[in-house]
Design a binder for this molecule. Structure first.
Ligand code: KIV
Length: 281
């Protein structure tokens, strides 16, 4: 039997008469950063994290059209205590899976710790990798005034950027900790610097609710809150917290299921069935 030649670029361009097949769900068919920005103050939209194809598909089927491949993959999927060790390769690997599992949603991919802090060039190089290799529609990076140049460099290259202030988990464990952020002047100047640098949205993580209200009112870009109260243009939660995968979740999260308990129960029943020869029948 004759085997099909591998679909190398040259074979495709010169010899291959089959129609060109673009990658599944190309980025231009997805909700754009511009459309998300225009939702500001008009349409509150839910955002959820996802790290693999099936759960990304569940989110899309549930009508959630903005999905974050968070570097929280480090704690919730990869077994680290924090997000700090997560690498570019890991983010690309999980981003690809989420992209394959969806067709219309906007996929934001986190830039992991160390991938953007060193220089504008490195930030841009790594943002380009997340788009080209990971299939990201936009990228997110943590930090305010100090990271504004990085945001500007990435946004100027045409890659939409989401900012992230308040608790910034990549560095929280290195010093500032996980307490609610209440320094109004610093938070406001960080948010303004991120907007001025060209971000199209901003995550506010565990920021005082009144300060969040003020920031949401003063910015033209949507605020996406997590643990920052109701005065945001959008809310985001970590998938595993929503689904109740772990025994404990942050106090601000709402558990909409108890899948951790259900999963253990199902596996216990399966194990018992095998041991007692109830399965296979
Ligand atoms: O990595 C993540 O999941 C996040 C959200 C908590 C906003 O950044």
């Amino acid at each position: 039997m004759q085997r099909m030649p591998p679909r190398t670029e040259s074979a495709n361009a010169v010899n291959d008469k089959r129609p060109y097949e673009p990658a599944k769900a190309p980025v231009f068919r997805r909700l754009t950063a511009g459309a998300i920005k225009r939702r500001k103050a008009k349409q509150i939209f839910p955002v959820v994290t996802a790290y693999d194809a099936p759960f990304a598909r569940f989110a899309e089927e549930a009508g959630i059209d903005v999905i974050l491949v968070g570097d929280s993959v480090g704690n919730v999927v990869l077994g680290y205590d924090e997000t700090t060790p997560v690498t570019m390769e890991q983010m690309i690997h999980h981003a690809q899976a989420v992209v394959r599992g969806t067709t219309r949603s906007h996929i934001i991919v986190d830039m992991p710790f160390g991938s953007y802090q060193v220089s504008d060039q490195e930030a841009l190089r790594n943002a380009v990798r997340l788009v080209k290799e990971g299939g990201a529609c936009s990228v997110k990076l943590e930090g305010g005034v100090h990271e504004a140049d990085r945001i500007r460099a990435v946004a100027r290259a045409g890659i939409p950027v989401v900012g992230h202030i308040g608790i910034t988990p990549q560095t929280a464990g290195l010093g500032p900790g996980y307490k609610m952020r209440t320094h109004r002047d610093r938070l406001v100047s960080d948010a303004q610097a991120i907007e001025a640098a060209g971000a199209y949205a901003i995550v506010l993580e565990v920021v005082d609710a009144e300060i969040t209200r003020e920031i949401t009112g003063m910015l033209e870009i949507p605020t996406i809150g997590i643990g920052s109260g109701p005065h945001c243009d959008s809310q985001v939660l970590v998938l595993h917290d929503i689904l109740g995968i772990y025994a404990h979740s942050p106090s601000f999260a709402k558990r909409y299921a108890e899948l951790g308990r259900e999963t253990t129960k199902a596996l216990r029943t399966y194990a018992e069935d095998v041991r007692t020869k109830r399965f296979p029948e």
